[in-house]
Unconditional design. Structure first.
Length: 221
């Protein structure tokens, strides 16, 4: 199983994104949290800023949309040429139609669920998406602690994915650190979003390497 580390720029210095991107060049992608202040109680940035990120980034952008009106906006972000666009199940109205519309742009598509959303709610769509994102904190703010109950949810989802769509990536976002990434990987996650654990470090590249090594150990357990 391949292991991917995607630092979340929610913990980066927004005024110096180009240098922040350079500091994480050893990562497997950049996780971009788009928040509108409505779906979640925080506001980050919108389409023009992500467009500029796409222009300056040497790494693929994994855009996580925590916004309302996803049926409209998801395609707009995908049309920027980003690598992946993730929709929140709780916000999208026409799930299948919006997944197809994003795919039609050439972007990969993911489906995210909040901590309280059961995996049964997204089961009909698992074979349609390229990745599923389990939020292991309440979405909206960086620096939160990992919710321990997420481990069982991840295990259950991994078992389901192995039955219906084994090639779909399983991603986790929220509170990932060197202290818990090995256990999370052993539960079946292959794609890890880490914000504070990377950008709060004096040596982001070393933090990425450590997280990857620990996750590989967990995946092999």
């Amino acid at each position: 199983m391949s292991i991917r580390i995607q630092p979340s720029i929610l913990s980066a210095d927004f005024a110096n994104l180009e240098s922040e991107f350079a500091s994480i060049s050893s990562a497997d992608g950049i996780h971009v949290d788009v928040m509108d202040g409505h779906f979640v109680p925080n506001l980050t940035f919108g389409l023009p800023v992500v467009k500029r990120m796409q222009e300056i980034s040497a790494l693929p952008l994994d855009v996580h949309l925590m916004i309302e009106d996803l049926d409209y906006w998801a395609v707009k972000y995908a049309e920027l040429g980003v690598y992946s666009v993730t929709l929140h199940f709780e916000s999208v109205k026409d799930v299948a139609g919006t997944i197809d519309a994003v795919k039609a742009t050439g972007s990969r598509v993911g489906l995210a669920i909040k901590p309280a959303t059961p995996i049964s709610s997204i089961e009909p769509y698992l074979s349609m998406v390229d990745q599923v994102l389990v939020m292991s904190v309440e979405p909206g703010f960086g620096g939160q602690s990992f919710i321990p109950a997420s481990i069982q949810k991840i295990r259950d989802l991994k078992s389901l994915l192995m039955e219906v769509s084994p090639s779909t990536w399983l991603q986790v976002d929220g509170g990932i650190s060197a202290e818990n990434i090995q256990a999370v990987a052993s539960a079946g996650v292959d794609t890890f979003v880490a914000g504070s654990a990377v950008f709060n470090s004096d040596k982001p590249a070393e933090s990425i390497a450590r997280l990857r090594a620990l996750a590989i150990l967990g995946a092999q357990a």
